[in-house]
Design a protein around this ligand. Structure first.
Ligand code: GDP
Length: 195
């Protein structure tokens, strides 16, 4: 897949209606600072189009990027930032829940976890939540350049076990520095487009 045109078309907050898109949506979820903006920028071949977390956890929007007038990337708000109020955390939960429940065009969810760490309870909840809504999220293990090749295998097993992923679920190591893993991610998006 070759991404040529990208356009941040819709930004919604807690009270806005979901856009009525007529193209497939691919959502990206993960905790704040996991590398979600870096991944989305890498996929879009842009340096800094998706927001990067200067103020982690501050942005409570869902951003819809129109990709090639063919599909949408949906950047879900990063969760799990410790220094925000319970009220703010609950708002995020509601936003994500509403989106998972109501979007008619959501076909694919990528859940991002940091390859160096065991997934958190929030990650586990996010995964289970998506599964409950009938999705089969693909896991992206971010910042893979930060550990050695042998450690990567070990960490992927840790991630698989902690999230208790559905059998056959891909876990893709990704590095925003080397772009390792990007082609594999494109392949899954392309496969969804053709499904
Ligand atoms: P977000 O909050 O999930 O959108 O995370 P960002 O994309 O803003 O990344 C958080 C921090 O991790 C930034 O300092 C990035 O430069 C860094 N980062 C993101 N992806 C990678 C990666 O693949 N490798 C390395 N070494 N650092 C990364």
């Amino acid at each position: 897949m070759h991404i040529k045109n990208v356009n941040l078309e819709t930004v919604i907050g807690i009270t806005s209606d979901l856009p009525k898109n007529d193209k497939m949506e691919v959502a990206f979820a993960g905790k704040s600072n996991v590398g979600k903006s870096s991944l989305i920028n890498a996929l879009m071949n842009r340096k800094s189009y998706a927001r990067t977390s200067q103020q982690p956890g501050k942005t409570q929007t869902i951003n819809f990027y129109n990709i090639n007038s063919e599909l949408y990337f949906v950047d879900l708000p990063g969760y799990g930032y410790a220094k925000v109020s319970l009220e703010t955390k609950q708002k995020w939960g509601k936003m994500i829940d509403r989106y998972l429940m109501k979007s008619e065009m959501l076909r694919l969810i990528f859940l991002l976890v940091d390859i160096r760490h065991e997934p958190s309870e929030n990650d586990k909840n996010m995964y289970d939540w998506a599964v409950r809504y009938g999705f089969n999220p693909i896991i992206i293990a971010t910042k893979s350049d930060k550990i050695s090749r042998s450690q990567r295998q070990k960490q992927m097993a840790v991630i698989r076990k902690k999230l208790n992923v559905i059998e056959g679920t891909p876990i893709i190591p990704f590095s925003a520095l080397s772009k390792d893993g990007r082609d594999e991610i494109y392949e899954y998006i392309q496969a969804s487009l053709e499904a």
